[in-house]
Design a protein around this ligand. Structure first.
Ligand code: ADP
Ligand code: MG
Length: 724
């Protein structure tokens, strides 16, 4: 073992579980104590100010300057009492992650002194010098400035000693430069469309919320081993490494006992998250060694997404205390599962009715089926776009790899719901549909609708978009994705679909068809229209890929080509109709995604090339030298050295091939860099550069198998992947 590798391993083994104690076993004692939530608002704001703020949060009532000043004063007092000395506007730029610019509360008082200032103006709007965030040309075309604007629906919180104020990030002319702005727009679009449809069933519904419960997968590895792997440090994944003899084939990690060091980390993470109002609920081992998952109780989608972004920040901080590194790359290790982020999504009314949960009466179930069918139809109509929303240079390593959903979007409904839909679909249009006094469906063959009791165990883990009894679970997101990307498309698509549905129902009603029958008939039509998106079989199989293509589903596997869906006519229409994006914003997003793609592949190519040429080839050559020496001496003694000669030849061939391949890859990169058009450049990176990664790696991994372990410098999978 090389000295460096030995030292790093020694350090890793010396790391012990850290003692972590939450102050009490009752999370209610500290839940939300670092958040300026309702409780804190009531304490630090006057009754009048409190009510004005609540009205803004609940019904978008504009805030006056005076009220904003009063809120700022109360918020500042709370923050100072809780140890904060700075504040920042916290936003989610399109680079991924979160951005914050800290300012201290101190202002000069004009008399040579300082006082703590924090006005309503500072709370509600700022102009961060954000010219280095990607804008896809928006700020160049219009105005150089970007603004951050307070989102009062997501409460402020304190991280360390900084008061963080969740904000939107927009250009001077109002174009979104972040994830939050379009997410809020999509939430508002689906609220409007769903409320309209709900009123067929319940006139009193005023508002429909979209809910999100994410499940976050991640890897933890020791930070000393991490530092000794330049590929992990720079790309977030290992670009080489021979598989350990034992990885996940025994299935002994999933739901196994959590190692003590990791458990200490988890406890610490949970405590910090709960204090920040993130309602973490479950933690467990995942399938791969060193892979784990946490999930909270679901929340309104905007807040849930802020909480996921905040979780990621907190995770990295807490990990440092425990000498860990968190890996959020979708495929950090070859041969073991990658990490996703499942998004559980549902719609619910202000009366607390989950629109994707079967009800007790036939009428409630017609409402349930209505929403269910429209969601499926929306996913069908925009399946390519939904996939494009979660595609990236990193997630493309995972999707379709036979362990995560395929790169084809389909929906799984379970046998019960499927058979109900099939019955409705094949029923005759002239059937008299009404509800009798007992609220039962008067229609032959549909007796099960009034009592839909769903079997929750009917699961299909291979489905990217599965109905799980009272919600849909979208599983194609990558661990590092911002949940908003998928939620924006889903909310907008469902909003568009529900609006179309309503138009069709209303047309029927105008023709004199009774409301229930009009709804029923439209539902039946839609079930037939979106049949191709329903798939209950094995999504990992090759047959499905062929079948999906026959059905006309989007089967594109190239990430840059997937990005074309962002600018399809139907996408532009979808986002313009729902007010989520205008064309300029969409073009900007497509450009940023393509740029990010190119940059990530470019970095990976450089890292792989460097490591291959200045780590792997020299080490292999050194070992080859030792063997040559041996063969030479054996030859002197007249001994047979055929085996060693074979080994030398093997090493020589592989090192020579690596050098050639790296040279070719560099040439292809240069050629790609000369392409002006970003779309074509991204395609070139995908088709001509990234294709070298596997080929080069293959030779490196074979060398790792034969080269003397004593001189191998990079920590091996078997060392990185098993935390003691
Ligand atoms: P599983 O592993 O079976 O998928 P988990 O318990 O890991 O389940 O995660 C389920 C996630 O779904 C949690 O985040 C939970 O809060 C969320 N969830 C439950 N009900 C709903 C709902 N109605 N809408 C949205 N999310 C929900
Ligand atoms: Mg799940």
């Amino acid at each position: 073992m090389s000295l460096l590798r030995f030292k790093m391993l020694e350090t890793a083994l010396s790391h012990k579980a850290m003692e972590v104690k939450a102050p009490s076993n009752n999370p209610s004692d500290y839940f939300g104590e670092r958040v300026f939530g309702r409780k804190q608002m009531r304490k630090y704001l006057s009754k009048q100010t409190y009510e004005a703020l609540v009205a803004t949060i609940e019904s978008n009532t504009p805030l006056t300057q005076g009220v904003a000043d009063a809120i700022a004063a109360g918020m500042r007092q709370w923050a100072l009492e809780n140890g904060a000395d700075h504040y920042c506007h916290w936003f989610q730029p399109l680079t991924g992650g979160t951005a914050e610019k800290h300012d201290s509360f101190g202002e000069t008082d004009g008399n040579g002194g300082m006082l703590e200032e924090f006005s309503g103006k500072v709370l509600t709007q700022q102009e961060p010098d954000a010219s280095s965030f990607p804008s896809g040309g928006i700020r160049n075309t219009f105005e150089a400035r970007g603004y951050s604007a307070w989102d009062p629906t997501s409460p402020a919180f304190i991280v360390d000693t900084t008061l963080c104020i969740p904000t939107l990030f927009i250009s001077y002319t109002g174009e979104a430069l972040d994830y939050k702005t379009p997410l809020l727009r999509s939430i508002s679009a689906v609220n409007k469309a769903a409320t309209d449809v709900c009123r067929y069933f319940d006139k009193s519904v005023e508002r429909v919320y979209s809910y999100l419960g994410w499940e976050q997968e991640f890897f933890l590895i020791d930070d000393s081993l991490y530092s000794a792997r330049p590929d992990l440090v720079q790309t977030g994944r290992t670009m080489m490494g021979h598989e350990a003899a034992k990885n996940q084939q025994l299935d002994d990690h999933y739901f196994g006992a959590i190692p003590s060091r990791v458990l200490a980390f988890m406890k610490d993470l949970e405590y910090e998250c709960l204090r920040l109002g993130i309602p973490l609920k479950t933690r467990h081992n995942e399938v791969a060694p060193n892979q784990f998952e946490v999930a909270p109780i679901y929340e309104e989608a905007n807040l849930a997404n802020d909480h996921n972004q905040l979780l990621i920040t907190v995770m990295h901080q807490v990990a440092t205390r425990h000498n860990f590194r968190v890996l959020l790359h979708e495929k950090p290790f070859k041969g073991v599962n990658g990490s996703g982020k499942h998004n559980n999504w549902s719609l619910g009314t202000d009366a607390g009715v989950n629109l994707l949960s079967p009800g007790k009466t036939a009428f409630e179930n017609l409402q349930f089926i209505t929403f269910l069918v429209n969601v499926i139809a929306a996913v069908y109509r925009h399946n390519g776009l939904l996939k494009a929303s979660v595609m990236s240079a990193t997630n493309e390593q995972r999707l379709g790899a036979g362990e995560a959903p395929p790169a084809i979007i389909s929906t799984f409904l379970g046998t019960q719901v499927s058979s109900v839909l099939d019955k409705i679909a094949s029923s005759h249009g002239d059937t008299d549909i009404r509800f009798d006094a007992k609220n039962a469906f008067r229609m032959s063959g549909l007796s099960q609708i009034p009592s839909l009791l769903l079997d929750n165990t009917d699961r299909n883990r291979t489905s990217p978009f599965a109905f799980t009894g009272n919600r849909f679970e979208f599983r194609a997101l990558g661990a590092s994705d911002n949940c908003a990307e998928a939620m924006i498309v889903l909310n907008a698509a469902v909003a568009e679909q529900l609006a179309d549905f309503k138009r069709r129902v209303d047309e029927r009603i105008e023709r004199g068809v009774k409301k229930e029958k009009a709804i029923y008939e439209t539902v039946r039509e839609i079930i037939n229209e979106c049949r191709p998106i329903r798939f209950d079989g094995n999504g990992y199989s090759d047959e499905w890929r062929e079948e999906a293509a026959r059905r006309g589903l989007d089967c594109e596997t190239s990430t840059p080509l997937n990005f074309d869906r962002l600018l399809d006519e139907r996408t532009i229409r979808l986002f313009e109709r729902t007010g989520v994006f205008n064309k300029v914003e969409l073009e900007a997003r497509a450009e940023i995604k393509r740029e990010m793609y190119v940059k990530k592949i470019q970095i990976e190519a450089r890292v792989l090339g460097d490591l291959a040429l200045n780590h792997i080839v020299p080490i292999a050559s050194k070992y080859e030298g030792v063997l040559l020496d041996k063969v030479w001496k054996m030859h002197q003694l007249g001994l047979d050295a055929a085996t060693d000669r074979g080994l030398i030849q093997n090493i020589q061939d592989r090192t020579a091939t690596i050098i050639t391949l790296v040279g070719e890859m560099i040439e292809c990169r240069k050629r790609a860099n000369r392409i002006e058009d970003i779309r074509l450049r991204a395609i070139a990176y995908h088709d001509t550069v990234a294709v070298y990664f596997g080929k080069i790696r293959d030779h490196i991994d074979r060398l790792e198998e034969v080269v003397d372990d004593q001189i191998w410098t990079l920590p091996k999978y078997r060392e990185i992947l098993f935390i003691k």
